[in-house]
Ligand binder design. Structure first.
Ligand code: BV8
Length: 240
């Protein structure tokens, strides 16, 4: 792919670069995106139905096992060239902020320091009754395990559909977007709210918005540049 020179210049001279990432940036690490057909055992479930408080209420064991399956995929995954290109970029642009919809922690594992997790983290757990973050709990055979303090069920500390996003994370994300002069939106279908409004806010306040995605999205007609391709291919070229 030929990267227009004006694009590399625009990124190079950005003073307040913001990055929004979605599941697509982790696809090349082997972490299925939300819209991928879920492989094998999970093919018959719709992720937007499993990632809900109702599903956990009705069938906590099924939801816990779905996350356990995804956790082992994430544990086996390695950051890819796209994640690593963003780490390199942060070295040149220390004010760069990554706002991610992903719960896989791969930006942090790659070495990015300023990462805002809008939807939580699959490797952090909390009590479903008290919302207390649980660092550890003794091995239990019960699935899902129970909170050692109140005996409530333990769940992943992620934002389910129908749940509000963590207030502080959303505030930080809005600040990063509203002060940005360039927003790079990478690997997101731009469908999940309220994250999908962030690029629109960047456009409203005059930032240059650049999209990277192998496919078009509802955002494509609105952005200044839309690069069609995989982030693992494009980012190293774009940021060199
Ligand atoms: C909320 C954690 C207030 C769990 C996730 C309007 C306003 C407010 C709410 C709504 C609204 N309309 C609808 C809603 C409800 C809902 C929503 O958005 N529904 C959708 C389905 C329409 N939103 C919510 O419920 C949010 N809460 O708003 O609170 C509230 C409170 C009470 C009642 C009502 C409202 C909470 C949303 C958070 C849900 N949790 N994750 C978990 O992961 O298990 S979201 C989940 O979806 C993941 O985080 C994932 O990131 C995201 C999917 O989006 P993407 O990241 O974009 O991934 P996707 O698979 O869709 O696309 C991947 C893209 O990558 C594709 O475009 C593909 O082409 C591209 N790609 C593929 N390969 C590559 C690539 N790109 C680059 N390189 C590649 N190699």
């Amino acid at each position: 792919m030929i990267i227009p020179a004006e694009l590399t210049q625009c990124l190079k001279h950005s003073k307040r670069l913001a990055i929004l990432t979605g599941a697509g940036i982790s696809a090349e690490s082997g972490v299925p995106t939300f819209r991928d057909a879920q492989t094998g055992l999970w093919a018959q479930y719709n992720p937007t139905e499993l990632a809900t408080p109702e599903a956990f209420q009705q069938n906590p064991k099924l939801v816990w096992e779905w996350y356990a399956w995804r956790q082992q995929l994430v544990a086996k995954a390695e950051p890819n060239a796209g994640h690593l290109a963003l780490v390199e970029l942060e070295h040149h642009q220390p004010s760069l902020t990554i706002v991610t919809q992903n719960i896989d922690g791969l930006h942090q594992r790659a070495g990015s320091n300023r990462v805002i997790e809008l939807h939580g983290n699959i490797n952090r757990f909390k009590c479903a009754t008290e919302n207390r973050i649980l660092e550890q709990w003794e091995k239990q055979t019960a699935i899902p395990p129970h909170c050692p303090y109140c005996n409530g069920l333990i769940r992943p500390d992620v934002v389910w559909f129908g749940e509000s996003l963590p207030v502080f994370a959303l505030e930080q994300a809005l600040q990063a977007i509203e002060r940005s002069d360039v927003l790079l939106t990478i690997g997101t279908s731009a469908l999940v709210q309220p994250a999908a409004t962030l690029p629109l806010k960047a456009l409203q306040q005059g930032a240059t918005v650049i999209e990277i995605n192998p496919e078009t999205t509802p955002l494509t007609p609105c952005v200044h540049f839309s690069l069609r391709g995989k982030s693992g291919d494009i980012l190293p070229k774009l940021l060199k």
